[in-house]
Structure formats: C-alpha cells, structure tokens
Design a protein around this ligand. Structure first.
Ligand code: GLN
Length: 445
C-alpha cells in the first residue's frame, strides 16, 4: 500500500524498508506457540506502526522534519518505542510533521508537505499531519503522534481518523524531542477507537525516566469499550458554539449529539468563559518553552554544524540555516515574552490565565462526565491558503489548545462530512479518564 500511494500522500519522512522487513520476518519466525507467548495479550503482535519524526528510536534517523537534525540518528529508544517493540510491533518508518511540531498544516516540514488523502490539494492538518495521512490512506493501521496544542486531534479531524491526546503524565515523554514541555503529550491515531485503545494500553503508564508521568493504574481500555452510556452527562460549552462556528460543522456536531442522546446521554449547556484568552495564552507559553527547549540545537551537540572562524558565528550560522521561518518566529516570540521587562506582562500573566482556564474545566467537569465540542473551525483547507498568514493559522487552534493547558485527555472522533471532507468531534474527559473517551467514541465513530 505504501508503494502504491506514498508518492502522492507524502506521509513519511523516512521509511525503514529493509529494517521493517527484517523485523517482520523475525516476528513471522516467532509466530508459533512458543513465540506468541512472549507477546500474549498485547494485541499488537506483528502490527506495523509509524512514529512521528520527533520520537527517537535507536539507529533510525529522527529529524523533527528540521534541517538542523537532518542527519541525526537516535542513540536510544524512547520509552513508547521500547514498549511497542516489546509488544511485537513492526516499526515501518517516521511520519512527516511540521518542523519541531510547530504548525497546523504540515506545510512547515522542511522535507516536503504531506497531502490529505481525501483531496490531495488540501492539507492533512498538523503538526502530526504525516501520521494522520498515513492512517487515512491505509498505509499503516496506527501511527504515534504528539499533541502540544492540538497536533493529534486537528489532523485526525481533517483526515477522518481517530486521534487521542492523553492526560498530561499518562504517557512518558522520554525520547520525545521537546517543544512545550508542560503541554506536550505523545498519543496515537488509528481508524477506530478499538485500535487506538490497544495502542494506548501499551504505551501508557509510569516511567522512571520521565518524572512527570503519573503512577496511576491503566485500566483495560478494550474491555470497557462496549459499556452502556445511559445517564452519562455531557457538557456543551457555549463559547465553543458561537456564531463564528461554521454552520455546516455545527450540523455535524448536532447530529452526533442526537445520536448520543438516543443512547441515553444527557446534554447540558456549560460555560468555559476564559476560552477567549486561550490562543494568546497558549502561544505565549508554548513559545516561551520552545525558545528554551530549542536552545540545545546549537550546532555542537546534535545535527548539522556550520563551521566558522569563531564559536559565536558557528552558533548563528547553524541556527540560521538549520531552523525554518516558523521555528524562528516562535523562538523570537518566546525570548521576547521571557525577557526582563516583558516577563511580568506576558509570560507571568499567561501563566496566571492558564490557571484560570484550568479552573474553568475543573468546575465544569465536576458537573458533567464529558465535554463535547468541535475540533477545528474548518474542514481541511487548501495548501497555501493560510501559510502566509501565521495569525490566521494560529486562530484555527481555538478548540484544542485549552485542553493542553489544562492537561486533560481529549479525543477526536469522525462525526461526519461537509462537502466530502471529514469533520471530527472532540470529547474531553476528566484526568485519566481515557477509558471513557474510547467508550463514547466507540458509540458513534
Ligand atoms: N498548531 C499548534 C502550534 O502550532 C499546535 C502544535 C502541536 O500541538 N504540536 O503550536
């Protein structure tokens, strides 16, 4: 399948053809009673998986779609990779992405930009656009992605796949190239909530290499999929359904709401008043963290080094040539909001507002079990349409960024189509209630 469609889709930044075949042969060799015992109940024995190109795997190129890491080979396996390998998967390649996960369209990849399999002239979303496109085009049944402000859910919505961003701390970030450390989470995309549940079952859990992971039991997601949802309380936040929301998208949401009501769920209007500050707060905090995290790419320790007479020039040249425009923009915003004189007005203020956004969710989630919203204000847009207008691109993240700032789990589930293009529905749950997200997603996907 990859051979027949990848030329058009561009979902992969790198395919490990030889290595994957070798691994598959090894697994075939173990496909006997003795061998299968080692992988008992993982549900992933022999399943091909793609990793977003910011997740490190030993001996494989891992570039974050950046020129500054174009020759970087992982020296160890990320915890999620280690767990997947132990479950018997075949790693097929690295999925294309926006450089360092900054973007919503895949157009910030320095390698090539992936296309949306539903309409090749349109974007697959971002930044995990390659992961989403690979799944949507049936090149792979499941791909890992990362989500700092919507990068799993928005591409899932735009490509008609199911994508989850777990609770902050649910999945180890050890071996993930950091963007915004207090927001980043690894999750996955697949064609069904069941496939997704199986993968999340394997990669979730406490990890001593990531002190932000939580030691909270991971329930058996698959066995909870079929649970009845009668009496479940679902909140519809009025700020997410303003007049600015496209009517056709609203209709898809309404249809899903009706389906869930028929299954016995109760709907309730709720309010998240700080939503209006979400975009500015997110772009201040995420850029501040990015500026700090990306200072490690100095031409000395990783990737490409541009030689020069003195060390100062070497740093400048390596970073000037190595980073793309969007990454430079974030580094400049980040350093500006952290600089003395502006810190109180921007970074400190944003951190305070973040707390209020989080409190909004805590209050609402003490009254309802789940929150249901759209994922993206639009369906997949045309390539080139927004790329010259970064603010326009940022505004498209309005329904996803707050969830990262609150650290909550959320899933994007296909709800229907508008003009032949998929529309996702977002379900937001309380901390560590991924089980409920899979359970409800399973009722209408
Ligand atoms: N589109 C958002 C951004 O560019 C989200 C990115 C992400 O979740 N990695 O920052």
């Amino acid at each position: 399948r990859i051979k027949s469609v990848e030329d058009k889709v561009g979902a992969f930044s790198n395919i490990f053809e030889e290595k994957a075949l070798e691994q598959a042969r090894k697994i075939d060799g173990e496909n006997n009673e003795e061998g299968r015992k080692n992988y008992e109940n993982t549900g992933l024995f022999g399943v091909p998986v793609a990793l977003k190109d910011n997740i490190v795997s030993k001996g494989d190129l891992t570039t974050a779609a950046s020129q500054i890491l174009k020759n970087y080979v992982g020296v160890y396996d990320a915890t999620v990779v280690k767990k997947l390998k132990e479950a018997g998967v075949v790693l097929v390649g690295k999925a294309n992405m926006d450089e360092f996960a900054m973007g919503s369209s895949n157009e910030n990849s320095s390698i090539k930009s992936a296309s949306n399999p539903w309409d090749l002239e349109r974007v697959p979303g971002g930044s995990s656009g390659g992961s989403a496109a690979a799944v949507a085009a049936s090149e792979i049944p499941v791909a890992l992605g990362t989500d700092t402000g919507g990068s799993i859910r928005q591409p899932a919505s735009l490509t008609g796949t199911v994508g989850i961003k777990p609770t902050y701390g649910r999945v180890s970030r050890y071996g993930l190239m950091a963007f915004g450390s207090s927001l980043d989470q690894i999750g996955a995309l697949a064609k069904s909530s069941e496939d997704l549940a199986r993968v999340m079952q394997i990669i979730s859990g406490y990890d001593e290499n990531d002190p932000t992971t939580a030691d909270v039991e991971v329930p058996d997601y698959v066995s909870l999929l079929e649970k009845d949802i009668k009496g479940l309380k679902i909140g519809l936040p009025k700020e997410y359904f303003s007049d600015e929301l496209d009517r056709s998208i609203k209709e898809v949401v309404d249809k899903t709401v009706e389906t869930l009501k028929k299954l016995g769920a109760e709907m309730k209007e709720v309010s998240l008043p700080y939503t209006k500050y979400a975009i500015s707060t997110y772009y201040i905090i995420s850029s501040a963290e990015a500026a700090s995290n990306l200072s490690r790419y100095d031409g000395v320790r990783y990737g490409v080094r541009k030689n020069d007479e003195n060390i100062e020039e070497m740093y400048v040249k390596s970073r000037t040539e190595g980073f793309g425009d969007e990454v430079k923009r974030r580094i400049m915003i980040g350093n500006y909001v952290l600089s003395s004189g502006f810190y109180d007005a921007y970074y400190k203020k944003a951190s305070q507002v973040r707390r209020l956004i989080r409190d909004d969710f805590s209050r609402v989630l003490s009254e309802v079990d789940l929150i249901l919203t759209p994922v993206s204000p639009t369906t997949a847009f045309k390539k080139g349409e927004k790329v010259t207008d970064p603010v326009q691109m940022y505004l498209g993240d309005i329904f996803t960024v707050s969830i990262n700032m609150a650290g909550l789990p959320a899933i994007s589930v296909p709800g229907g189509f508008v003009n032949g293009l998929p529309v996702g529905i977002q379900l937001i749950g309380n901390y560590f209630r991924e089980d409920l997200l899979f359970n409800v997603a399973n009722k209408f996907e």
